[in-house]
Ligand binder design. Structure first.
Ligand code: ADP
Ligand code: F6P
Length: 327
């Protein structure tokens, strides 16, 4: 058996859509690695920075005072170049030239796909799930989801005030191109009349029926949470509902990138700290080519192969609950 190589220096990067809690995670990775006698460099600008060798040595003090800040101090990027084998080769070359033994990737499903490509080419890599979409296989929660949900609920509470005052129906779009997780969970905890997501098809007649019934029951508002990836889109839906003259006037609010910002919640700080701490522990134990996931409140190593090839299914019970509680 080959003796395992001691890890002396690691690199850490954040990639893809930013998520509140990424900074708490960077802090945990840096401090755990330094206390395990590893050197750490931060990569500025995700995979793009890896390709171009944008490395910053990180010390204990460099990650002080960042726990409570949204975004990522390392910057993030969507790198076209890295998607190609040529970009990945450049990234590996930069790692070799800078004596980097292992890489920690904090990001969403795309970023973890990228991490798998590196693992397949012999790089020691551990992934950490961070995406407000919560659409990554192998983890109950991703960094950023809880904070985004709190932002959404806060916005819906405010929108309900004005909706009730004017007897209006509000169509509120949440993020998630392919995932209805945020919409369903926000719908339950903000008391929406209806939730529309890409995973469960719906007809315009069903929506009209629900809005009409809410009006007839004497409701002073109708809140419909629409996931970004739903079809028809939120603006098309607004026109259709308005044209049916159901009693409520219609307004649209697209929450947009506000959902990705802000200081991370207590839950996200704790999750990010745990994931970062365990990522370094896994590297020390030579567990690589894996993602650290939260499963039944335990930190678990999930092969990146599973993470990228399996689909995280939306929980149908929550969808039903959103519908049944909206009476
Ligand atoms: P997220 O990680 O939030 O899902 P993206 O899907 O944009 O965000 O992915 C982030 C980056 O990861 C991409 O810009 C690209 O550089 C890299 N990446 C995504 N998918 C792949 C892939 N299949 N192969 C290699 N790199 C990828
Ligand atoms: O994956 C996170 C996410 O915020 C999605 O919910 C959204 O569809 C997408 O990123 C938006 O991407 P961009 O920041 O490039 O506009």
């Amino acid at each position: 058996m080959c003796p395992t190589k001691t890890i002396e220096k690691i690199a850490i990067l954040t990639s893809g859509g930013d998520a509140p809690g990424m900074n708490s995670c960077i802090r945990a990775v840096v401090r755990t690695a330094l206390t395990s006698n590893m050197k750490v460099v931060g990569v500025e600008g995700g995979y793009e920075g890896l390709i171009h060798g944008n490395f910053l040595p990180m010390g204990l003090r460099d990650v002080g005072g960042i726990m409570q800040r949204g975004g990522t101090i390392l910057q993030t990027a969507r790198s076209k170049e890295f998607r190609e084998p040529r970009g990945q080769r450049e990234a590996i070359r930069q790692m070799n030239n800078n004596d980097i033994d292992a890489l920690v990737v904090i990001g969403g499903d795309g970023s973890l796909n990228g991490a798998k490509k590196l693992a397949d080419q012999g790089v020691s890599v551990v992934g950490i799930p961070a995406s407000i979409d919560n659409d990554i296989y192998g983890t109950d929660m991703c960094i950023g989801v809880d904070t985004a949900l709190n932002t959404i609920v806060d916005a819906i509470d405010k929108l309900r005030d004005t909706a009730s005052s004017h007897s209006r129906a509000f169509l509120i779009e949440t993020m998630g191109r392919e995932s209805g997780y945020l919409a369903i969970h926000a719908g339950i905890i903000a008391g929406a009349e209806m939730v529309l997501v890409p995973e469960f098809p719906f007809t315009v007649d069903e929506i009209a029926k629900t809005v009409d019934a809410a009006y007839l029951r004497g409701k002073t508002h109708a809140i419909i949470v629409v996931a970004e990836g739903a079809n028809p889109s939120v603006t098309q839906l607004a026109e259709i509902i308005e044209s049916r003259d159901l009693g409520f006037k219609v307004r649209v609010t697209i929450l947009g990138h506000i959902q990705r910002g802000g200081k991370p919640s207590a839950f996200d700080r704790m999750l990010a700290s745990r994931l970062g701490y365990h990522a370094v522990q896994f590297l020390s134990e030579d567990k690589t080519g894996v993602m650290v996931g939260l499963q039944d409140n335990k930190m678990t190593a999930i092969p990146l192969e599973d993470v990228i090839s399996k689909k995280r299914e939306i929980n149908q019970d929550y969808f039903r609950m959103a519908r049944d509680l909206a009476q």
